[in-house]
Design a protein around this ligand. Structure first.
Ligand SMILES: NC(=O)C1=CN([C@@H]2O[C@H](COP(=O)(O)OP(=O)(O)OC[C@H]3O[C@@H](n4cnc5c(N)ncnc54)[C@H](O)[C@@H]3O)[C@@H](O)[C@H]2O)[C@@H](O)CC1
Ligand SMILES: Nc1ncnc2c1ncn2[C@@H]1O[C@H](COP(=O)(O)OP(=O)(O)O)[C@@H](O)[C@H]1O
Ligand SMILES: [Mg+2]
Length: 282
């Protein structure tokens, strides 16, 4: 089984060319954060900014605007209930994240449906958290267009695939993916757990070599979505950029775990620029 490891990340995360500008590093849209889960959208957007996304916009509940502006002035904001504007913006993006803290009520469902209809083949879309739960609850198929990345934890994968957690093996997971690939052959599954695995459409199963129990804290997965979006926005080839993002998230946490019992999302986010610099120099 191929490994997601330091060497893979070093090959992908390279020094920036001197003539760079923000347009080269991805336009990223984060969609999530209802009245109760604003922190999830803030962590996702912060991770995207700190992992180097060129331009980040956050579509969220207006209650989160002030907190988001004060914590992350680098991100633009919009009201995710303005579906017309949201759909227009989706089309202008390289990478869309939907789900962190989105919630599962009628409002969240309407946003999910609007975004799925707006996706075109020029976007990568990372589907996480509440968006996955909504898809399972309402039997919403994955979008036929766009490059799809699913980032469920084991319970979200159980809801989506109907495979109970204790029966989730590479074989059963692959069987469920074959069904999804009929809707959209680009789907890559990042199945998160204490031992995260990545299942791209070529049938390979990649296993993450980094990560630790200090990451078992609310917001870890929200943070991963932003890192993955930033990596897809900046690095090529896309399949390896995604794997590098999975590694980066866990490897930063491992560094923090040398001296911290819990590897808090905010500390992982803060550490990203320095850690990426070290990888790029190595
Ligand atoms: N500060 C915030 O605003 C936060 C918002 N969050 C958002 O809250 C929403 C609900 O997500 P949750 O995941 O909390 O709730 P879910 O209800 O979707 O999943 C949690 C349940 O799954 C079970 N489970 C089994 N295996 C698991 C595994 N490997 N990893 C994680 N859970 C496993 C847990 O025991 C628990 O019963 C999402 O939109 C998420 O993005 C969470 O990320 C927590 C932090
Ligand atoms: N024991 C562990 N070892 C390694 N990684 C872990 C461990 N526990 C959690 N993680 C990682 O933390 C993240 C948790 O994601 P998720 O459950 O979606 O969190 P949240 O929704 O609260 O942000 C995943 O990337 C997962 O792999
Ligand atoms: Mg999550």
């Amino acid at each position: 089984m191929p490994e997601i490891n330091l060497q893979l990340a070093k090959n992908i995360i390279q020094p920036r060319p001197k003539d760079s500008y923000k347009g080269k590093f991805g336009r990223v849209l984060i969609i999530g954060g209802n009245q109760n889960f604003g922190g999830a959208a803030i962590m996702s957007a912060s991770a995207a900014v700190y992992a180097g996304a060129g331009l980040v916009t956050t579509a969220t509940d207006p209650n989160n605007f002030t907190a988001l502006h004060s914590r992350l002035p680098e991100s633009m904001v919009l009201d995710y209930n303005d579906h017309a504007y949201l759909k227009q913006l989706v089309n202008e993006m390289n990478v869309v994240v939907i789900g962190p803290g989105l919630g599962t009520d009628g409002q969240s469902l309407a946003i999910l449906r609007a975004v799925f209809t707006a996706i075109t083949d020029t976007q990568a879309i990372i589907i996480d958290g509440s968006a996955l739960t909504l898809m399972a609850q309402h039997q919403i198929p994955i979008p036929a267009k766009g490059h799809i990345v699913l980032t469920p934890h084991q319970m979200e994968w159980q809801r989506l695939s109907t495979i109970p957690i204790n029966e989730q093996t590479d074989t059963t997971t692959h069987q469920a993916l074959v069904k999804l690939w009929r809707f959209n052959p680009t789907v890559t599954l990042v199945l998160k757990s204490a031992q995260t695995k990545v299942y791209p459409p070529d049938g390979t199963v990649w296993i993450n070599q980094a990560g630790n129990p200090g990451m078992a804290t609310g917001g870890s997965g929200d943070t991963l979505t932003g890192i993955l979006a930033a990596c897809l926005g900046q690095f090529q080839p896309q399949d390896k950029a995604l794997l590098a993002g999975v590694y980066l998230h866990s490897a930063v946490a491992d560094k923090l775990a040398q001296t911290s019992y819990v590897t808090l999302p905010q500390e992982i986010i803060q550490e990203l620029p320095k850690f990426m610099h070290q990888l790029a120099q190595a």
